[in-house]
Write a protein that binds this ligand. Structure first.
Ligand code: DC
Length: 220
């Protein structure tokens, strides 16, 4: 069974999905982390699109479910990528990489394979609309840009990264525009999804709301 949470960058999807998964004992799948891992490969190859698509190929990123069975972890050539995929250089290039058809095909194939094995909560941009249109429950999470930038700033600071609020705000706005405006699988509110505006909600409220609906609507 799969539950999807889509929405713009920084709306709180990942942290909420992770916590809900822990609470109800499901697995968590962060699809953005897969696009970020592809972007790491792109950046390492000098940001040359032809080289990236032809030479680096699209066969090097694999995803594995970790041993505790609560999360997933992208691997690049078998190696963990860790917080490297959260660096600003990755955030500024990820929307361009995610707009490439071969990359999307590869990520979707990997995700569809992995969800066969467990119950999953997955977050992204096109999960409820394109990748898992038959998801058991779909959420669409939004929040004001200012609030999203503040949350992302605090998150990155707590990881020890040197970032500015203006830079983060600009990056989120740019990604909103690119992710919603691209030709393939743009960010959109999936049909049949439950919309949640988290601007004025705290984290526990978000988690309780989603876990509550899952418990109410789904029999696992
Ligand atoms: O969730 P995130 O901000 O880490 O995602 C990084 C980027 O990956 C996002 O700006 C667009 C892309 N992405 C996508 O195109 N489709 C998804 N399902 C998930 C992420």
């Amino acid at each position: 069974m799969i539950v999807t949470i889509d929405g713009p960058a920084g709306s709180g999807k990942s942290s909420t999905a992770k916590k809900v998964a822990e609470r109800i004992g499901w697995n968590y799948l962060d699809s953005g982390a897969l696009y970020r891992t592809w972007t790491l490969l792109y950046v390492m190859g000098g940001m040359d699109k032809d080289y990236f698509l032809d030479v680096a190929g699209v066969h090097k990123v694999t995803l594995s479910v970790n041993e505790k069975g609560t999360g997933t972890e992208p691997l690049l050539n078998g190696e963990k990528v860790g917080d490297e995929i959260r660096q600003p250089i990755i955030s500024s290039n990820v929307s361009a990489v995610a707009a490439m058809g071969p990359v999307r095909d590869k990520v979707n194939e990997e995700m569809r394979r992995i969800v066969q094995e467990h119950h999953f909560i997955a977050d992204g941009r096109d999960l409820g609309s394109v990748v898992f249109p038959d998801a058991a429950l779909k959420f669409y999470m939004v929040a004001d840009l200012g609030e999203r930038a503040k949350r992302r700033y605090e998150e990155l600071k707590s990881k020890g990264m040197e970032v500015s609020l203006e830079e983060i705000s600009r990056n989120l706005a740019d990604r909103d525009a690119q992710d919603s405006g691209r030709d393939i699988a743009p960010l959109t509110r999936p049909e049949g999804s439950v919309e949640i505006d988290t601007t004025a909600m705290d984290f526990d409220e978000q988690v309780s709301f989603i876990s509550g609906l899952i418990n109410e609507k789904l029999t696992v």
